[in-house]
Write a protein that binds this ligand. Structure first.
Ligand SMILES: Nc1ncnc2c1ncn2[C@@H]1O[C@H](COP(=O)(O)OP(=O)(O)OP(=O)(O)O)[C@@H](O)[C@H]1O
Length: 303
């Protein structure tokens, strides 16, 4: 489990992370979302003891990183995939990491297998594609067989096959009962990868809860209505308290009512309907709205 309690980081006058509190549960992939500069990397660095909080604390299984007895056996992280000696082979890189952290050499073969790099283990890591480098970084994170894993923008720059592999790998790690925190600025990717989301903007928490709840609450559910009697139906819907908009092409968009409710009102008033179709807002739009500069939201979803 990962906890942030009033976590704050200032760089001079910039408040990179502003009084963040959240809990990341084991057995699930949690997406850590926010636009560029929201404070995701800074938060992860503080969880990993690489940056010192100005105030507040970050805990892994109840302890700060500095208090962990054997950190790599408790938490693994992928922050920068290109962080390898370019002339070392993948295997030599992992052997060096294992040795310098008191981890058994046999674990190197196991993690190479887990990430599918056994066949290229002796090749220079400097010549690896981004996808292979990400796999090597993940192998390094898994060396100590930790229960807690952090990945900072792991799918950035990857092709669809690489993205799919990372997504399924994270989900399998969570299915083993591990705590998996993955940062991204791509809501659409996190929507299919993560069961839970922590969303931040300008260093502050915007929402924390399940991905399904976030999407349901963040996107506007509306119903498109076509009818030859819209001038009669519109006022009836407004009377019921629903929001009604006239679309350019002569249809109505109704917010706040289900298609069943609209159909019942139309039927009860003898209004003929030609179309009644539920609409879903776009995830990207919702995300922009929630995290955009102009809006200061502090809605806690799912609490
Ligand atoms: N070492 C530093 N010195 C000064 N300012 C910093 C430093 N590190 C981060 N910042 C600032 O803190 C804010 C948060 O940055 P951070 O990198 O944590 O955001 P992020 O959400 O990870 O963004 P991105 O998606 O672009 O990686 C930004 O305004 C950034 O410029």
């Amino acid at each position: 489990m990962i906890e942030a309690i009033g976590l704050t980081k200032r760089y001079g006058t910039t408040v990179a992370v502003d009084d963040l509190s959240f809990t990341i549960a084991p057995g699930r992939v949690t997406g850590f979302l926010g636009p560029n500069g929201a404070g995701k990397s800074t938060t992860m660095r503080m969880i990993l003891g690489l940056d010192r909080p100005t105030s507040g604390k970050a805990l892994i299984d109840g302890k700060s990183y500095a208090q962990l007895d054997r950190p790599l056996r408790t938490v693994g992280a992928l922050l920068d995939a290109k962080w390898v000696h370019p002339n070392r082979s993948a295997k030599a890189h992992l052997q060096w990491l294992a040795k310098s952290n008191g981890l058994p050499d046999r674990r190197v073969g196991e993690v190479l297998d887990m990430v599918g790099l056994t066949a290229v283990a002796k090749r220079r890591a400097g010549g690896f594609s981004l996808g292979m480098s990400q796999r090597l970084g993940i192998a390094g994170a898994l060396l100590g067989d930790p229960q807690v894993l952090l990945f900072d923008e792991p799918v950035n720059g990857l092709d669809p096959e690489g993205i799919l592999w990372i997504r399924q790998f994270m989900q399998s790690l969570a299915a083993e009962g591990r705590t998996v925190l993955v940062s991204s600025h791509l809501l659409s990717e996190m929507a299919v990868t993560a069961q839970d989301l922590v969303v931040i903007g300008k260093g502050k928490i915007i929402s924390q809860g399940s991905t399904t709840e976030f999407i349901e609450k963040a996107t506007e559910n509306s119903v498109l209505v076509r009818s030859p009697h819209l001038s009669k139906l519109g006022p009836l819907l407004v009377d019921k308290g629903y929001t009604v908009r006239n679309d350019d092409d002569g249809a109505l968009t109704v917010v706040g009512a289900t298609s069943d409710q609209i159909g019942d009102i139309a039927g009860a008033n003898g209004v003929v309907l030609h179309e009644l179709s539920p609409q879903r807002g776009s995830l990207e739009q919702a995300f922009m709205q929630l995290t955009g500069d102009s809006v200061e939201y502090h809605a806690e979803i799912g609490k």
